[in-house]
Design a protein around this ligand. Structure first.
Ligand code: HEM
Length: 380
């Protein structure tokens, strides 16, 4: 989330002049991939471009999880964890619960007639949903929440992030052990403890690591998606009126926001063998950064790619990744963001940027607005 101003003109230049750019690094070769076709190829060719690059990055904070695994090991872990996040688990009473959580967050600031929707809503709401999904006791939510927030500061403040990760792990381990000792219940922790594939369960440590991964993979990303969608609506009042009148536009809005400013902009991979990409030789062992944020603005793939177009109706972009590691929580993210935005539109009328204030989308690896200062008339 570095305060980088609009990087898209630079990405456009890279796509035109050096689509696979070798960056100088003393230890090993490092390549930045910025075109859609090349990015898609790397993500789909997981036999050659390995996710083990993540072991040295997210893996250091989370512990080993499916995001750093390849092949059969990844298959096994993915089969264990996806049922708990699948659409089936999101039906029934779940949407109504998410709606209640959104309303509760809005209650905190609605009567003030002004708020920062980034810090006061987009940030907290996905974390609250996540705490519910975990099925933690209500009295422990605040403490969990504080560590989860520390963990999300890993990029800005590594000391705070690592400490949050450690404390979260120390808190979650006994929770996991207790759940394992009980019969399977409906919450995510219990399902993860009891899920079996080919007769094998996840170890306690693996469940804890996965839960930590979900804080970043789920809450931090949905925060930026909500923020970017709101940023667009606040800068295009005509679009805001259209969406307010037709809530069926919320999903197209979110899918286009995911393309236009992808919350996770860069995905690391490692080349397992010598390979050529767009005419550039990549030696085995090289690190590769797939820039999905740039790929999703590639005019060779998307007409008028820099333009935010709610009519685009093109979900085949790379905002949720592509191939074997495609986001396991995509349905949950869209459901949560749609319900959250809908609740804001229901409760806050005459919503607009606060006079004299503005928001900017910033960041390199994670992208989203720095703030969303608004004024509004509340509806109780
Ligand atoms: C707007 C919100 C989200 C965005 C933009 C997003 C984006 C992504 C992307 C790009 C990947 C691919 C990583 C790679 O290829 O290396 C990914 C993977 C993943 N996401 Fe999401 N995600 C979001 C929300 C969520 C949520 C809500 C959850 C669950 C609570 C979740 C869980 C995961 C998991 C477990 C993986 C790893 C899948 C694997 O390695 O097989 N994500 N996500």
């Amino acid at each position: 989330m570095a305060p980088i101003p609009d990087p898209h003109p630079l990405y456009a230049r890279l796509r035109a002049e050096a689509p696979v750019l070798r960056l100088p690094r003393p230890d090993k070769s490092f390549f930045l991939v910025t075109r859609f076709a090349d990015a898609r190829h790397v993500l789909k060719t997981d036999r050659v471009f390995s996710n083990r690059a993540n072991a040295r990055l997210v893996g250091m904070v989370m512990g080993p999880t499916l995001i750093q695994m390849d092949g059969r090991e990844h298959d096994r872990h993915r089969k264990l964890v996806t049922p708990a996040l699948a659409p089936r688990a999101l039906r029934g009473s779940f949407p109504a619960l998410v709606e209640r959580l959104a309303q509760r967050e809005i209650d905190r600031f609605a009567s003030r007639r002004e708020a920062d929707l980034s810090g006061e809503f987009a940030f907290y709401f996905p974390l609250r949903v996540f705490v519910e999904i975990l099925g933690l006791p209500a009295e422990e939510v605040e403490q969990f929440h504080r560590w989860a927030i520390d963990l999300t500061h890993i990029a800005k403040d590594p000391g705070r992030g690592f400490e949050g990760s450690r404390q979260l792990g120390a808190y979650l381990l006994p929770v996991v052990q207790r759940r394992r000792a009980q019969p399977e219940g409906p919450d995510l922790v219990s399902r993860l403890c009891h899920a079996k594939v080919e007769g094998q369960e996840l170890s306690d440590e693996e469940v804890v690591s996965f839960l930590r991964l979900l804080v970043i993979a789920g809450a931090e990303t949905t925060y930026h998606l909500l923020g970017t969608a709101l940023h667009v609506l606040l800068h295009e009042p005509a679009l805001l009126s259209r969406v307010r009148a037709d809530r069926g536009l919320l999903e197209p809005l979110l899918w286009e926001a995911l393309r236009w400013e992808s919350p996770i902009s860069t995905l690391p991979r490692e080349a397992l063998e010598d390979v050529e990409l767009a005419g550039v030789e990549i030696p085995a062992g090289s690190d590769i950064l797939v820039h999905v944020g740039s790929a999703n603005r590639d005019s060779a793939r998307f007409a008028a790619a820099d333009h935010f177009d709610i009519e685009r109706n093109d979900r085949d972009h790379l905002g949720f990744g592509m191939g074997r590691h495609y986001c396991a929580g995509s349905r949950l993210a869209i459901l949560e963001a749609r319900i959250g935005l809908g609740a804001l539109l229901d409760r806050l009328t005459n919503l607009r940027l606060a006079p004299g204030r503005d928001s900017r989308i910033i960041g390199f690896s994670f992208r989203g607005p720095d703030q969303l200062p608004v004024v509004f008339d509340p509806v109780h």
